[in-house]
Write a protein that binds this ligand. Structure first.
Ligand SMILES: [Zn+2]
Length: 137
């Protein structure tokens, strides 16, 4: 999916846990983080559940070292990266979700191109609707 869709979904999902704008923005940031490796895109390194777990655990260690354990920030990292992986599973390319243990590419329907306008716009609109509802509560 496109980066705006990743950001929208990550923020919408995070809004079920917190309404703090700093954490919501961090979830959006983590939502686009896996696509930073554009040279090795979906090699498995960035688009796997392993990366989501390692990144979240690293945030726990780093925040503990510099300040105090920030479970919420670690959770935002897991939501952002995890939702990114789930969205990319719906694309034609799929993801190596269980890298490095299994190199099999995982895909789920609807198997669209990452830049499919209907899919990206629909998911973004749903995310904005979900965010609107969760922030009202
Ligand atoms: Zn991606």
């Amino acid at each position: 999916m496109k980066w705006k869709t990743h950001v929208a979904i990550a923020i919408a999902l995070a809004s079920f846990i917190t309404k703090n704008p700093i954490y919501l923005i961090s979830a959006g940031f983590f939502g686009i983080l896996p696509d930073i490796d554009f040279w090795f895109h979906r090699s498995g390194l960035s688009h796997s559940i392993t990366t989501a777990v390692v990144a979240s655990a690293s945030i726990l260690l780093i925040t503990h070292f510099f300040y105090e354990l920030d479970f919420l920030l670690a959770m935002m990292a897991f939501i952002g990266i995890g939702s990114h992986i789930c969205l990319d599973m719906m694309t034609l390319s799929g993801v190596r979700m269980f890298w490095p243990w299994k190199k099999k590419v995982v895909r789920i329907p609807p198997h669209v191109r990452y830049d499919n306008p209907l899919m990206n716009h629909t998911l973004t609109i749903i995310s904005i609707g979900v965010l609107f509802i969760t922030l009202q509560q």
